[in-house]
Design a protein around this ligand. Structure first.
Ligand code: HEM
Length: 400
């Protein structure tokens, strides 16, 4: 029964797809009463949430108190940090996005190809030496962190330091999480901001080709980017592509191992490596849902949503909608016209999508090619306890 679906249950974390199917069919904009949020599961409706920022925005409308209430006093310093682009609406969003979009075009990220391949090969060498390893920690995690650190101009070795902060920060984004998780997230956010504050001070005046140096020039030139904007942007770039991309790489490798016929197909050409990643990101979408805020009272998909209502656009459900995808529960890397919505849509469409696909389309085939006997040891999958992300916490594997 729909009313008994618990999106915070271990059954849901393990396998949300049967629940999504029921919701799409019977109540595509479902009011989750325990949490007082609306879960949108049909593809067309999810796409509408992403595409209409005047109705579904990021800011709390006038006169509406934020869902989580005011921040505890110990985190008041965060009130001075302006919203990053992920959390802002046009025109602020447009101004911020314009400043970084050039660094993430397919052409610009293609320049990272050799660096990514060299990193992937070093990680595979180390895994071959070990024989048994964790595909998450030893392979998937370092790839996005080290590449984005390079793009930003953060010393590579520092990533160990901010890895845990990033995890805590991202986790606290889920509106359904406890106050404890949210507080830990705010503490981590402050640490990340302080880290970048020091790094930026040290970088100022030095010049360079990295993204932070280029953003510093913009900050110096005028009022388009404040110091707070700059720090918020650095944190966003670091965490935006971290957990998401490592989930795609670890889960994607596991899925290809579990579908030998698809794995053989992928070997037939580089163009299929990209198509495979588009399909993997559809099949197990790393970001399962994104929260938006209803900007006024509305009827939507059969539900009545009040101004300020939290609307969760459920990517994981949309990407398995049979109205859009034939045999949605089948992994098919040759799927024609794959309209996966794993990177969102509209003004907030993932700026890092070309980079994520490039990283995964190098890492996954290379691991399978260089470790032909690679196999997963775990019999039970270690899914993270959240319905907001589809993330494996660990994945023990052997290369022989
Ligand atoms: C498989 C990997 C990835 C997935 C599944 C993913 C998913 C998403 C989604 C669904 C959004 C839309 C959010 C919304 O509508 O509020 C988004 C936005 C964003 N992503 Fe990604 N992402 C990935 C990789 C990356 C990478 C590698 C980066 C960093 C370079 C990145 C940086 C961002 C940023 C900055 C935004 C905000 C864009 C805006 O507000 O205009 N993402 N991502």
């Amino acid at each position: 029964m729909i009313s008994t679906i618990d999106i915070q249950s271990s059954d849901f974390y393990r396998d949300p797809y049967p629940f999504y199917e029921m919701l799409r069919r019977e109540d595509p904009v479902h009011h989750v009463t325990q949490l007082d949020v609306w879960l949108v599961t049909r593809y067309d409706l999810v796409a509408e949430v992403f595409s209409d920022y005047r109705r579904f925005g990021k800011a709390w409308p006038e006169g509406v108190a934020p869902y989580n209430g005011p921040r505890p006093a110990e985190f008041a310093a965060l009130d001075d940090i302006p919203a990053d682009m992920l959390d802002s609406d046009p025109p602020d969003h447009t101004r911020l996005r314009r400043l970084v979009s050039k660094a993430f075009t397919p052409k610009a990220v293609e320049q990272q190809r050799d660096r990514i391949l060299a990193l992937v090969d070093r990680l595979i060498d180390a895994m071959l030496d070990k024989g048994e390893f964790d595909l998450v920690e030893d392979f998937a995690v370092p790839i996005p962190v080290r590449i984005i650190s390079h793009i930003l101009g953060v010393p590579e070795t520092d990533y160990v330091q901010f890895q845990n902060w990033t995890v805590d920060f991202v986790r606290s984004f889920d509106v359904t999480q406890s106050a404890e998780v949210k507080n830990r997230g705010m503490a981590a956010h402050l640490k990340l901001l302080n880290y970048f504050d020091e790094l930026v001070a040290e970088r100022r005046g030095r010049g360079g080709d990295d993204l932070i140096s280029r953003l510093l020039e913009v900050e110096d030139q005028g009022d388009t980017l404040s110091h707070g904007d700059l720090l918020a942007m650095c944190v966003l770039m670091l965490f935006g592509g971290y957990e998401t991309t490592f989930s795609l790489i670890s889960n994607g490798t596991r899925l290809m191992l579990g579908h030998p016929e698809q794995r053989d197909l992928m070997r037939t050409g580089p163009h299929l490596a990209r198509a495979a990643c588009e399909e993997l990101v559809r099949y197990e979408s790393p970001v399962q849902r994104i929260g938006y805020i209803a900007q006024h009272d509305m009827s939507f998909g059969g539900a009545e949503i009040p101004k300020g209502g939290v609307v969760l656009a459920c990517i994981g459900a949309a990407n398995r909608d049979p109205a859009i995808f034939s045999d949605p529960n089948v992994l098919d890397i040759t799927r024609a016209n794959n309209k996966q919505i794993a990177f969102g849509r509209g003004v907030h469409y993932c700026i890092g999508a070309p980079l994520a696909i490039l990283e995964a389309s190098i890492a996954i085939p290379r691991a399978l090619e260089r470790m032909p006997d690679l196999h997963i040891v775990d019999t039970e999958l270690d899914w993270a306890a959240t319905s907001a992300h589809r993330r494996l916490q660990s994945l023990t594997a052997r290369s022989r």
